[in-house]
Design a protein around this ligand. Sequence first.
Ligand SMILES: [Zn+2]
Length: 161
Amino acid sequence: MISNRALTEFRSLWQRLDPVNDPADTQDRLLELVPAIVNRWGEVAASVSADWYSDARPGRSPVLAESLADEFVSKRVRFGAQRLWSGEPDRTFAFTRGLIDEYVLNAGRHTIADAAERDGFGWSRVLGGPNEGQFCLGLAGPAGPESRIFRPHCSCVVVPG
Ligand SMILES: [Zn+2]
């Protein structure tokens, strides 16, 4: 799964940092590198999703979801990095993993949702597995106003129709 590859890259980045002794440097490195990880793997997710959509709906060619602005991702990274100064680097790590997972997969989900809307098929949110929480259970099925919200580590997928 593409998000796992992004998370593996993030883990190896994290292992080169020293969050306990140098929170400032850790935050700087996260701000420098996490937006790049999100967008590089997001492009892969969007591209794979577009190929999948073209197979599912022959003759249609989706536009890839736009990359997130670095400033937007940085703001989230900075929020999570606050925990570095309260001696809770594990929480910064978990928070950052969550946002990478969410945004990478969203690039794929939104590529399919945008295309399905544009092509007039509509789309549905399908639960990715038995472990989805109440939030996802409540949004499963044909797309509604809040259907584009996916939480970290959610495995829901978007399908046309
Ligand atoms: Zn879900």
